[in-house]
Ligand binder design. Structure first.
Ligand code: SF4
Length: 278
């Protein structure tokens, strides 16, 4: 359907149902609800590409979510942040927008999270306006046991709706539903350099997704060019140092090293647990 025709059709509707897909477990559960007829089909479905996501997220979206939604007539559209706004880690006033860490007076401080608003929400709203949407209920995937994260939008034309909370579906219920449907499990979604990541998440990335980890390290170094003393990890130590403790090897029993990681995936079952202590 031509873009103008679609815009005209949408403009004729009173309130549009739009779905902000995040590409993770909660959003996959919403996709299932749509496909299984437990939730009506949205007028528009979209996902914002901020430009910093992990490769695994897009692999899942293009390999699993999109084809399955396509099959029931729901087109999941990808909106690029760079088409509507910048995705810089530092704003025009020179402040870091991601929740990174720094030392002040000997104490570690964490910057506020000011990235998702301009990178995702503002972009989604501009895109929706472009599609002719003047009022909508915006579906967001937050599980019932995370309902404290659910907030109103503060804008009448753009109301938030939380289908998983309405259905009482917890995170565990979402995982169960995805497994029961026989779909592969969605990977964890976040920007590759997100400072909200836990030690375990950084360590898993260092071991299991070394290219992504190297990208995060490079982003940190780039950030430090304009924001010296700013770090992605709460220890305020360079992220690249976190990979070092894993550069050990188990003994294969014959005096030679075998590839090792602390998640026991060498297949030998004798890996030492060697995690960074910071
Ligand atoms: S995942 Fe982290 S860095 Fe990316 S938008 Fe969200 S809070 Fe910001």
């Amino acid at each position: 359907m031509a873009k103008e025709e679609r815009a005209r059709e949408l403009a004729g509707l009173k309130c549009h149902a739009v779905w902000s897909c995040g590409g993770g477990v909660d959003s996959t559960a919403i996709a299932l609800m749509i496909i299984q007829g437990k939730l009506s089909k949205p007028d528009l479905a979209f996902m914002t590409d901020v430009g910093w996501e992990r490769r695994s997220t897009w692999d899942y979206v293009t390999g699993v979510l999109r084809p399955k939604l396509d099959a029931v007539g729901v087109q999941l559209q990808v909106i690029k942040t760079s088409d509507y706004a910048g995705n810089s880690l530092v704003d025009r006033r020179g402040f870091t927008v991601i929740p990174a860490y720094a030392r002040r007076d000997g104490k570690v401080i964490k910057y506020s999270t000011r990235c998702s608003g301009p990178w995702k929400l503002a972009v989604a709203k501009r895109w929706l306006r472009e599609q002719g949407v003047t009022r909508c209920e915006n579906w967001i995937g937050i599980a019932a046991d995370e309902s404290r994260r659910a907030k109103g939008s503060g804008q009448q034309w753009f109301e938030h709706r939380y289908p998983l909370i309405e259905a009482g579906m917890t995170r565990e219920d979402c995982l169960f539903a995805v497994g029961q449907a026989g779909w592969p499990m969605p990977p964890r979604t976040s920007c590759v350099m997100c400072p909200h990541q836990t030690n375990n998440e950084w360590d898993r990335m260092a071991i299991l997704e070394p290219k992504e980890f190297a990208r995060a390290c490079a982003i940190e170094q780039e950030l430090q060019r304009t924001q010296p003393g700013t770090y992605l990890h709460q220890s305020c130590r360079p992220l690249r140092e976190r990979a070092r403790p894993f550069q050990i090897a188990c003994d294969d029993g014959e005096g030679g090293p075998i590839e090792c990681n602390p998640f026991g995936q060498c297949g030998e079952g004798s890996c030492e647990t060697a995690v960074a202590t910071w």
